[in-house]
Ligand binder design. Structure first.
Ligand SMILES: O=C(O)/C=C/c1cccc(O)c1O
Ligand SMILES: [Fe+2]
Length: 311
């Protein structure tokens, strides 16, 4: 078994926004380097830690994390729709191994995934079905949030299972973060209509999906112009988190409270949980070295946009 990692921010606005040319070029260059890293590693299996944005998981039943034994991408924001190549028996073994290590893991026999899980697969492989993928949903959007130390333990349990997979080259992906506060509705402040969608908004009508996406795209334009009422990006917070990931001292985040994370870095900063899970899994397979580290605060994407590779 060998193991490598790519963690990256995602943003559905990548296809809808126009950051300054040098910033766009820097992002493309970071993607190209990560692609080369992944091509050289040539994974036989991907374990993808990703959040969802009320496209697959709703308040009707919201687990802190969940392994998919089958996965279907919904195709939001023009991302690729369709079925992933999930090795179901291996996904079942992974879930059982995590549960055996005292971490309660939900399972889905048909998980729906959105841009959060799809975007890194598209960027790294060009196609969501290019490699075998075990999808692990990590809630980073819907309060209440699991303590960071539980995410670390879950990632560690996944890593201990991965370490037993002789003959596999396993790529761990973490998708999300860093500081950002996109206008994804939150239960406390949602309208009745939005609450109905947060509760059980599966398969929205095309005009409802379009309206939701338009609102986010317009907010991004206003944010880039300094006119949106969402929380600022926080490059210092992002740098501190990336430093912790690079150091391997992942316990450093054990005491981070969800309220403080949202206050400092925005309501969707909870998506860094996917990075923590992926780095914890990598650490459980042995020590690691960071190969690539990229970061830019990009208001046009509503994202403190980071990318790290390690092995
Ligand atoms: O789900 C949405 O409508 C928007 C999600 C979003 C917006 C900006 C940055 C991100 O990382 C997102 O996930
Ligand atoms: Fe997101």
């Amino acid at each position: 078994m060998s193991v490598a990692l790519v963690c990256m921010s995602h943003s559905p606005l990548l296809e809808f926004a126009d950051p300054p040319a040098d910033v766009g070029a820097a992002v493309e260059d970071a993607f190209a380097q990560a692609r080369t890293f992944v091509e050289d590693f040539d994974p036989t299996l991907v374990v993808s830690f990703a959040p969802d944005h009320y496209n697959g998981f709703f308040y009707e039943l919201m687990p802190p994390f969940c392994v998919g034994f089958e996965a279907v991408a919904v195709g939001d924001y023009g991302s690729q729709a369709g079925t992933l190549d999930v090795p179901a028996a291996l996904a079942e073994d992974l879930a059982q191994a995590v549960i055996d290590r005292d971490v309660d893991m939900a399972i889905s026999r048909r998980m729906r995934i959105d841009h959060g899980a799809v975007q890194p697969l598209e960027i790294l492989f060009g196609d969501i079905a290019a490699r075998r993928v075990v999808p692990v949903f990590v809630n980073g959007v819907a309060a209440p949030f699991t303590p960071m130390r539980r995410i670390r333990r879950m990632g560690t349990a996944v890593g201990e299972f991965v370490a037993t997979l002789s003959g596999e080259r396993v790529l761990l992906i973490g998708s999300g973060g860093l500081s950002h506060d996109p206008p994804v509705p939150r239960w406390e402040t949602a309208t009745d209509r939005q609450r109905a969608d947060l509760l059980d908004g599966r398969d929205p009508a095309p005009d409802a999906r379009e309206a939701r996406q338009r609102r986010v795209i317009e907010t991004a334009r206003a944010f880039a112009a300094g006119e949106a009422g969402i929380r600022d990006l926080n490059p210092e917070w992002d740098a501190a988190f990336l430093d912790i990931c690079a150091s391997g001292d992942l316990e450093e985040v054990d005491g981070w409270s969800p309220a403080r994370m949202a206050e400092d870095a925005g309501n969707s900063a909870h998506e860094v949980r996917t990075w923590l899970a992926a780095f914890s899994a990598l650490r459980a397979c042995g020590g690691y070295d960071v190969v690539q580290r990229f970061y830019r605060p990009i208001p046009e994407l509503i994202a403190g946009f980071g990318l790290m590779t390690a092995r």
